[in-house]
Design a protein around this ligand. Structure first.
Ligand SMILES: [Zn+2]
Length: 330
């Protein structure tokens, strides 16, 4: 009786163990299958399938959000995409613009240099500030809601009606030539800067140009255009409605020490302004070697008021205001 009982128990145990093993095996494979399914749903898998190398895929997954990755998956494999995504000032909305810049490059160039040969940071900057578009013709209206941070250039137009409401007269001791006006907050900041330059270095700053109305700019531009044609006029002056001087936020500054456009960049005044003007809310608007970005040749005398907080940020970032605006403010 006892033996039989044991046998029955053994048989039950065997069935039980068999079932356990069966459950383990099926859940193991089920789990594997599920993991595999999940992996195939991942961007990692889909991007690799599309042809991206491991390193390229990692860049894309790291820098882009889900919505952007979905968009990338609708394109064919493109070796330039990860290169642009890697740049510091990459803006997803401009991706197609960046890619079109590569297409316009010479094919032989790519053959010899590969993707290494392109200056991706520079192409990104050009597209971000719209320098790849036609100046003037494709201009948008200046966004006045940005206040002191507004951007006026060959791609953002003030129009003929724009005139600031808080213009004040500049005192005679601060300027040279005809009577001048500037926006009141800019004037206060300028006087503060004037005092600092004077106390620290014995410099006497002199304003050469301040607010210029649409009509004023029209005369300036017309004068150049009449004398040597449109191309020449465009190279030397902004068209009316496009001058930053019309914002009432811009000053052309020289000093008693040096009042000469050709030599000002070598002066002690300029050296002081470069290092200190941001503390009073001003930035050097058209730096050397940035003509393709700003649309203007180097102007060591042209300073734009953007407010102290923003001026410090732009100064420390080390990029032009056009680039800063496109990336951080627009
Ligand atoms: Zn100027």
């Amino acid at each position: 009786m006892t033996k039989k009982k044991v046998y029955h128990l053994k048989k039950g145990t065997k069935i039980f163990l068999f079932l356990c093993v069966l459950v383990c095996i099926s859940s193991y494979y089920g789990y594997q299958y599920y993991q595999d399914y999940l992996y195939k749903q991942s961007y990692e898998y889909k991007l690799l399938e599309l042809g991206y190398k491991q390193e390229q895929m990692e860049v894309l997954v790291d820098k882009l959000n889900d919505e952007q990755l979905e968009k990338i998956l609708t394109y064919q494999y493109n070796e330039f995409i990860p290169e642009f995504v890697k740049t510091k000032y990459f803006l997803f909305k401009n991706l197609e613009g960046y890619l079109s810049q590569v297409i316009t490059q010479d094919e032989d160039f790519f053959k010899y240099h590969g993707t290494e040969g392109y200056d991706y940071e520079h192409l990104v900057a050009l597209v971000n500030v719209r320098a790849t578009e036609n100046p003037y013709e494709e201009a948008l209206l200046v966004d006045e809601s940005k206040g002191y941070a507004m951007l006026a250039n060959k791609y953002y137009e003030l129009g003929s009606d724009y005139e600031p409401e808080d213009l004040v007269d500049i005192e005679l001791k601060y300027y040279y030539g005809d009577k001048k006006q500037i926006r009141s907050e800019v004037y206060e900041a300028f006087k503060e800067m004037w005092n600092a330059a004077n106390e620290e270095e014995g410099i006497y700053l002199i304003v050469d140009s301040a607010y210029r109305s649409y009509e004023h700019q029209k005369k300036v531009y017309q004068f150049y255009e009449d004398s040597k044609g449109t191309k020449y006029a465009d190279s030397i002056a902004a068209r009316p409605g496009f001058s930053e001087h019309q914002t009432g936020l811009t000053l052309d500054i020289y000093s008693k020490e040096c009042f000469n456009a050709k030599t000002f960049s070598k002066s002690k005044t300029y050296a002081w302004l470069v290092d200190n003007s941001y503390k009073y809310g001003f930035i050097l608007r058209y730096p050397d070697g940035k003509k393709d970005i700003t649309g203007y040749s180097y102007e060591s005398w042209h300073y734009r008021y953007v407010g102290k907080e923003l001026a410090e940020k732009v100064y420390k970032e080390g990029i032009t205001f056009d680039e800063y605006y496109a990336f951080y403010l627009e």
